[in-house]
Design a protein around this ligand. Structure first.
Ligand code: ARG
Length: 714
């Protein structure tokens, strides 16, 4: 009965609470009461503390694109399978296919060094707003404002880490009205420890991606290594496992509806203060174009990947990345409409306008904000196809970036620069691109390039197209295949042998022959001309300023509301509760899934839904050991109303005591508009239940030595 009353009470509290918010963890004082009300037991100082070990010391920015958490005193880290995906792929071959079969190091010696992967931990954070804003006055906008801020930020960064091994970065918040300095310790010897097979780590594949219900064991494990002083050092056999200031205890107690849940991590980017015009632009032009371009890329890759295991492994991460945001943009467009985000934004803007109208000083400061945004978007709208095409169809493709990287070399050769200068440039390129061809498949690249030029010629307005693009388009009647084949076939940029020979001794005659380089240079120049024209630059400056003032005004309008800045890949905390939801059509979803649901989805004919034999065996024997849930079953995933986004992938979900209960990996379809407007009643974070992770490590993979390292709380 007591429990029932408590549940009722907690239930009532939820009605009034929204769990929107990616808060800066060093400013949690404002949230602390609310967090206690949600169930938090831990003191504020145990979560974020610059003087004593705290939870923050276990939260890692993995490579700058994902989050990981330290879960043992020996630097063992947990993150998502999709975060470790490229590291797993890079170590896979058709004979030793860790993507398909999984990988488990049975001792430290077997852990695989991952070149280029970093693990960064926050040491301290400082408010440097005053120092930064001192160098700009209110009237300064656009590039000039940006550059002055960059300069002073650079000085602050340099001074902050002088004489230390730390790194420093100043970042803007709230549209550029506040600035914070982040001091971090960046480890560069990071090794792969374990990963389940994709049939567990990516179970449900692209079909289930961005959706609840889910049955995915989306986790992998890495370890940080440090030198004898426990400091960051490049990979070396002498390095030893890093001893962290804090590691998260792991709870095997499980989750229940209403439980407090807290996520700390590095969300990449949100646009929560986007105005109605911006929503319109996203739905009308920006996102459909991205979806179309990505769809074409996926189709081309898939065709070749299906033909060969080597190509499948080669392109696995590129494919996954393109596909992840292909589906993201489909979902975002759809849900911006379903959740009536445009109307919601208009309501906010109307409220803002009435607030401004109440007072002369407000009129003076904010009076033109809405009109400025309208004017700015009108201009930006006209170059949207050009911008989206340039990035999605040209610059995001590795081959294009590789080609265009040779623009400077071409210039040096043409200007007959001193030979040392030419050699230095060529050596730099050679070193940078020594592994380029490992990720290169001729058929995929050729088809993609032709298709992408076609898209560009189709979408970019004629007067914004490069001359060459126009000419090839009209000569070939929009059929770029012949053009690409002719110019890629014997290019030095399409075979390792030709490239190595060329770059060892580059000549003017050779580089002038590279049509795709000349074309790329011209495309880029035209793009810059269009996108950085005085008119567009002015519109962007106007928009940036109006947006900053709009955010400032909202915060003044609602002084009690806990505003939080847009995500920007800095450390954030979100708190809420384990919770189910009912979608707009009235369909109710439970807050957890089990291995029964996983088995029910099994489809031996669909590569996305194959259940590995060993997992089936354990399921049939109901051999879940200490990892079984309160009902005796094996729980797989659960949801909570935490506020996360891309970059949070791999983040720890912690209970009221700061113990690990899950690893966050996705969001649900109904709230795909969430990066632009948080949906209180719909938006959920999807996490792997930590008990399923432990079960896979221990029972499935037999890597119990990893469990022994952890601090389990029962
Ligand atoms: N949507 C998830 C995210 O962006 C990634 C999930 C990966 N799984 C997949 N099937 N692609 O964080």
């Amino acid at each position: 009965m007591k429990k029932l009353l408590l549940t009722l009470f907690v239930g009532l509290c939820f009605l009034g609470r929204s769990d929107e918010g990616m808060y800066m963890p060093f400013m949690l004082k404002q949230n602390y009461k609310d967090m206690k009300a949600a169930g938090l037991e831990l003191s504020y100082k145990k979560i974020y503390n610059e003087k004593k070990p705290s939870v923050k010391d276990a939260i890692v920015s993995l490579g700058g694109f994902c989050t990981a958490e330290i879960i043992s005193p020996k630097g063992l880290m947990l993150t998502n399978h999709h975060c470790g995906y490229d590291a797993i792929r890079a170590n896979s071959t058709p004979e030793n296919d860790y993507l398909t079969d999984g990988f488990w190091a049975m001792n430290n010696g077997e852990e695989l060094p991952i070149e280029g992967l970093t693990a960064s931990i926050v040491v301290r954070i400082e408010d440097v707003t005053e120092e930064v804003l001192a160098v700009v006055d209110e009237h300064l906008v656009g590039m000039e404002r940006y550059q002055r801020i960059q300069q002073v930020a650079g000085e602050i960064e340099k001074a902050a880490v002088q004489g230390t091994h730390y790194e420093a970065k100043v970042k803007p918040f709230f549209g550029g009205s506040e600035f914070y300095l982040f001091i971090t310790e960046v480890f560069t010897d990071v090794r792969l420890v374990g990963a389940p097979p994709s049939s567990i780590g990516k179970y449900g594949g692209d079909t289930d991606n961005w959706m609840w219900t889910r049955h995915t064991g989306d986790f992998s494990m890495f370890r940080i290594y440090a030198n004898a002083e426990n400091k960051p050092a490049p990979f070396s056999m002498e390095n030893r496992p890093y001893v962290p200031k804090h590691h998260l205890p792991v709870s095997t107690k499980g989750v229940e509806k209403g439980d407090f849940s807290m996520v700390m991590g590095y969300p990449g980017s949100t646009d929560r203060y986007l105005t109605s015009e911006g929503v319109n632009l996203a739905i009308q032009k920006d996102q459909p174009t991205r979806v179309e371009i990505r769809g074409k890329k996926l189709h081309i890759m898939k065709e070749e990947m299906d033909k060969s295991d080597a190509v499948r492994i080669q392109y696995a991460s590129t494919y996954a990345q393109v596909s992840n945001y292909w589906k993201y943009f489909i979902g975002q467009s759809e849900q911006l409409k379903n959740n009536k985000v445009y109307d919601k934004k208009v309501t906010i803007e109307k409220g803002f306008e009435s607030w401004v109208a109440e007072d002369d000083s407000r009129k003076e400061r904010y009076g033109t904000v809405i009109q400025d945004l309208k004017d700015a978007y009108k201009v930006i709208d006209e170059v949207t196809y050009t911008r989206v095409c340039f990035y999605e169809a040209y610059y995001s493709i590795a081959l294009n970036r590789f080609i265009i990287a040779h623009a400077k070399l071409k210039k040096l050769l043409e200007e007959e620069a001193p030979q040392e200068e030419i050699n230095a440039e060529a050596e730099g390129l050679k070193a940078k691109y020594q592994d380029f061809f490992e990720g290169f498949n001729y058929a995929i690249e050729e088809k993609t390039m032709a298709e992408m030029f076609k898209v560009m010629a189709h979408y970019i307005p004629e007067d914004q197209r490069s001359e060459k693009l126009n000419k090839i388009a009209s000569d070939s009647k929009f059929d770029f295949e012949a053009y690409v084949t002719k110019n890629l076939k014997n290019s030095v940029f399409s075979s390792k042998e030709r490239y190595d020979e060329f770059i060892s001794n580059p000549t003017k005659a050779q580089i002038e022959n590279e049509e795709l380089l000349s074309f790329g240079i011209e495309l880029l120049a035209k793009y810059r001309e269009v996108n950085s024209s005085a008119e567009v630059a002015q519109a962007n400056a106007k928009k940036t300023k109006a947006n900053r003032l709009f955010i400032e005004a909202l915060r003044k309008m609602n002084p009690k509301k806990k505003y939080y800045p847009n995500a920007n890949s800095t450390l954030r905390l979100s708190y809420g509760n384990v919770m189910d939801y009912t979608n707009n059509e009235g369909k109710a979803y439970k807050y957890y899934t089990t291995i029964d649901g996983l088995m029910a989805k099994e489809d031996p004919n669909n590569p996305e839904f194959i259940v590995p034999a060993r997992l089936k065996e354990l399921y049939e024997k109901k051999d879940y050991g200490q990892y079984a849930a309160q009902d005796g079953n094996l729980w797989v995933n659960f949801i909570s109303n935490n506020d996360i986004t891309g970059g949070n992938s791999g983040s720890p979900v912690m209970n009221a005591n700061g113990e690990l209960i899950g690893c966050a990996f996705d969001g649900n379809w109904e709230a795909m508009s969430g990066d632009i407007a948080f949906e209180d009643n719909l938006q959920r974070t999807i996490s792997v239940d930590i008990r399923y992770i432990l079960f896979v490590i221990d029972k499935y993979a037999g890597a119990s030595h990893l469990i022994d390292e952890m601090t389990l709380v029962e």
